[in-house]
Ligand binder design. Structure first.
Ligand code: FAD
Ligand code: SIN
Length: 519
């Protein structure tokens, strides 16, 4: 392949694939995926995608629910855009082949999740993400303008910095010219030049010990953009999903969708006592920050390692038809959820912040776009409303595609970009240096920067992170580039941003709860 493309797309989840399909009529597209194309967080999405479809729901109610969940830190203009365009984006996904479940009347079957005042979650059983990924992948694979490079890891974005110019975060002329990319199979590092680059690299969950995110979610996009001097914000708001399956040693943690609570399941203590009404009038269907904190508190009071989700009120048929994946998974470990309760714990799930983008997906760096979980559009504020992230991916990758396509006629490929400099590097033969640092990082993030934080815990986390940072940068400079060292470096950058942004806050709000500022 000639290494010049009009549109470089880093990431093959929902955001990357929608964007790729929409820019493809305007030029040559290359999609990178660091594993195989269909291994994405998108594929694991269970509950569904939130959108306004029928009465009695309306845009104003969904807007209000989103802002309530986000405790008002949302960007109101962005919230309105996302929700007012939701119906259109669903229609398009359906036209492209996504099979959302329907009622016998032909209308879409809509579920309810925490913080939603209406039934508005479109779904495909309990594996909606897999269905969306399938439909989009099929379309992308058949497109003549799109090349897919699997097992290719973007290492760093190319900017003026690589031409010897000092690039600072406050500069307004920083421009992205493409990326340095590791072919994981050959070990070659490609200089991939692009007129426009889209970061659609997904989430950051693996900076924590327990997460629902697949192993690929190591915050690469945020870290690359940060090193390239883009604006990053809102990352202190890390969402912990209240109900991941308690199954010691399983990584990633298996999710028990919130839609089960929407269908009538209740949270109870290990002794079987309901507890959510002590914390919120909405009970088990309160927004996630409240539910996750309540579970954390109940576990601290009782000393138990989990609470139960009691699904026994849901009809057996409903469980088997609507939640077949969860039913089968629990059965595989000896729990029949039509008769027994599911042990659950909170797990890191979603990054509400990320790379700052405008309403067209543009970052603060010229010709660099971001969409999906990696972006901070302003939709979520201090806490994401359930099932609003797939919606965000659909709306803002669509908008970014329109903008990026319009830029192409006025852009040239940058010249005189040097190849990746690996002078003086050697093969790192001590993987333990990387694996141990990764464990330390995950442990300090879980223990000091989790659901409940304090100033002292945050400071401890930062002090320890600084040591790991220095050691890893030294190792990176000396090592032949590999995926594990790149991912560790990225996770350290992202953890640093979460901690620094959390330290800046002098209040507790939404997902950021600091014992020193109880209000
Ligand atoms: P992803 O789908 O994660 O795709 C990331 C892509 O980037 C991958 O192709 C990966 O290979 C690539 N990549 C990453 N780094 C690099 C690199 N350095 N070089 C090259 N490629 C790279 N949201 C909802 O709205 N509703 C739900 O029901 C829901 N359920 C969820 C359930 C689970 C278990 C999880 C984990 C998340 C869930 N979410 C849900 C959140 C939602 O799935 C994600 O936010 C969304 O899918 C992210 O899509 P994305 O396109 O941004 O990234
Ligand atoms: C779930 O199905 O509970 C996950 C929904 C989401 O993360 O939005």
């Amino acid at each position: 392949m000639n290494n010049n493309v009009d549109f470089l797309v880093i990431g093959s989840g929902m955001a990357g694939l929608i964007y790729a399909l929409k820019v493809a009529p305007a030029g040559k597209v290359c999609i990178l995926s660091k594993i195989n194309m269909d291994e994405t967080a998108t594929k694991y999405a269970q509950g569904g995608i939130a959108a306004v479809m029928y009465d009695p729901d309306n845009y104003d109610k969904h807007i209000e629910d989103t802002i309530n969940a986000g405790v008002g830190l949302n960007d109101e203009n962005i919230v309105k855009i996302a929700i007012n365009e939701s119906t259109e984006r669903i229609q398009e996904l359906a036209e492209w082949g996504t099979q959302f479940d329907k009622e016998s009347t032909g209308k879409y079957s809509l579920a309810k999740e925490g913080g939603h005042s209406e039934y508005r979650i479109l779904h495909h059983k309990d594996n909606t993400g897999n269905e969306i990924q399938r439909a989009l992948s099929e379309k992308v694979k058949n497109h003549p303008n799109i090349t897919i490079l699997e097992n290719h890891l973007a290492i760093d974005l190319i900017t003026q910095h690589h031409k010897g110019k000092l690039v600072k975060r406050k500069n307004t002329d920083t421009t992205c010219y493409g990326a340095y990319v590791l072919n994981k199979e050959s070990g070659d590092i490609i200089t991939l030049l692009a007129k426009t680059t889209m970061l659609a690299t997904g989430g950051i969950g693996n900076i924590y010990q327990t997460t629902t995110n697949p192993t690929l979610s190591t915050g690469d996009g945020v870290a690359m953009a940060y090193r390239a001097k883009a604006q990053i914000d809102n990352l202190e708001f890390v969402q912990f999903h209240p109900t991941s399956l308690y199954n010691t040693g399983e990584k990633p943690s298996f999710l028990i969708t919130e839609a089960m609570r929407g269908a009538g399941a209740d949270l109870v203590t290990r002794k079987g006592a309901p507890f959510m009404y002590k914390y919120d009038t909405r009970g088990s269907l309160a927004p996630r920050d409240i539910v996750a904190r309540a579970i954390d508190n109940e576990m601290k009071i009782s000393g138990d390692e989990f609470v139960y989700l009691d699904t026994r009120k849901i009809e057996k048929n409903e469980i088997i038809n609507h939640f077949p994946t969860i039913y089968a998974k629990c059965l595989s470990i000896g729990i029949d959820i039509t008769k027994e309760m599911i042990p659950v714990v909170p797990a890191a799930h979603y990054a509400c912040g990320g790379i700052v983008t405008d309403e067209h997906g543009q970052t603060s760096i010229h010709n660099l776009f971001a969409a999906g979980e990696v972006a901070n559009t302003g939709l979520h504020g201090a806490n994401r409303l359930a099932s609003n992230s797939l919606l965000e991916s659909a709306v803002f990758s669509h908008r970014a595609a329109i903008k990026a396509s319009s830029l192409i006629p006025g852009l040239e490929f940058e010249k005189d970009i040097p190849d990746w400099n690996d002078e003086g590097t050697v093969l790192n033969e001590e993987m333990i240096l990387i694996t141990q640092s990764k464990k330390e990082l995950q442990s300090l993030m879980s223990n000091y920067v989790g659901i409940v934080r304090s100033n002292l815990r945050l400071k401890r986390a930062l002090d320890r992170l600084n040591i790991i940072y220095q050691e890893t940068e030294d190792l990176f400079d000396k090592s032949i580039v590999s995926e594990p060292i790149c991912e560790l470096r990225n996770m350290i950058n992202v953890a640093y941003l979460v901690i620094k942004l959390a330290m800046k806050r002098t209040n507790s709000i939404g997902l950021h709860y600091n014992l020193d500022y109880p209000k």
